[in-house]
Design a protein around this ligand. Structure first.
Ligand code: CP
Ligand code: NVA
Length: 303
């Protein structure tokens, strides 16, 4: 059966660990593995803007010996109303995999349902699972492991990054805290699912409106933009107490690793001094998109 990666819990804990170990091995021998030799083509579709995802998939597919076909919705028939299912039926005749950044999760589920080749979520309104693989890889490199560490995400607790940290972090056996304002906390179904996973992996899940308590003692602090793509013009004033400041970093402790998936809105969700400071691992995190996604594609294509 074709495997897809539409949300973080599409990988079991053992499978997630396997992909991360493969990413570490592939990073150490960057041009040594060519599972897409042929070259096989991979469609990389965008309904929203992107810098890192576009570059890391295009470069990664080429490094795997493949041919990246990067297409914007606005220049494809998908953007003119061709159905998702018809698009999938054409793409899977030509490509070895389909990577898609889009809006609602139901859109990528529909693509996967109609596709005979793996479909990978390159960000939806609900999840950003490729980003979390890169983030876990970064934490593993800097901390030597994942299980048992406390990862705290601050800010918009209802967005794709919050949801993916919950599912992906719980899968890795981490203690995941999400701190955000009332009314901007995770979807209850995703929260429940993360708790269920955490129960099996030895991790835990905590949702709170108290930023200072959440940050205290954390091994990892993470944040994201307060205005996700598609939410332009929203009121951000209620997020201000959740800004990742030097004070929150000091509450976490001197060894805390700071993550931000980027792009960052400096001195909004994160202080410039934190982003550029000694605890920040955001540039490793950005590079690790490449290595994590190469491993994911190689792993999916082997199934
Ligand atoms: N972090 C991330 O997905 O960046 P892009 O929006 O630039 O792809
Ligand atoms: N939450 C952000 C992530 C950007 C990489 C968004 O969806 O725009």
């Amino acid at each position: 059966m074709t495997r897809h990666f539409l949300r973080d819990d599409d990988l079991s804990p053992a499978e997630q660990a396997e992909v991360l170990d493969l990413a570490i091995a592939m990073k150490a021998d960057r041009y040594g593995s060519k599972p897409l030799a042929g070259p096989k083509s991979v469609a990389v579709l965008f309904d929203k803007a992107s810098t890192r995802t576009r570059l890391s998939f295009a470069a990664g597919i080429a490094e795997l010996g493949g041919n990246p076909l990067v297409i914007d919705a606005g220049t494809s028939q998908l953007g003119r109303g061709e159905t998702i299912a018809d698009t999938a039926r054409v793409l899977d005749r030509i490509c070895a995999a389909i990577v898609w950044r889009t809006f609602g999760q139901e859109r990528i589920e529909e693509m996967a349902h109609a596709s005979a080749v793996p479909v990978v979520n390159a960000l939806t309104d609900e999840f950003h699972p490729c980003q979390i693989l890169a983030d876990l890889l970064t934490v593993k490199e800097h901390k030597g492991g994942l299980a048992g560490l406390t990862l705290t995400y601050l800010g918009d607790g209802a967005n794709n990054m919050a949801h993916s940290y919950l599912l992906g972090g719980a899968t890795a056996g981490m203690h995941v805290r999400v701190a955000g304002p009332e009314g901007h906390l995770p979807d209850p179904d995703i929260w429940r699912r993360a708790e269920e996973i955490a129960k099996a992996t030895g991790g835990s899940v905590e949702i709170t409106t108290d930023a200072r308590a959440a940050a205290t003692g954390s091994d990892v602090l993470a944040t994201d933009t307060w205005v996700s793509m598609g939410q332009e013009g929203k009121d951000i004033s209620k997020y201000e107490p959740y800004a990742l400041t030097e004070e929150l970093v000091s509450l976490a402790g001197p060894e805390v690793a700071v993550l931000h998936c980027l792009p960052a809105y400096r001195d909004k969700e994160i202080a410039s001094t934190v982003l550029d400071g000694p605890n920040s691992v955001v540039w490793d995190e950005a590079e690790n998109r490449l290595h994590a996604q190469k491993a994911l594609l190689a792993w999916l294509l082997e199934r």
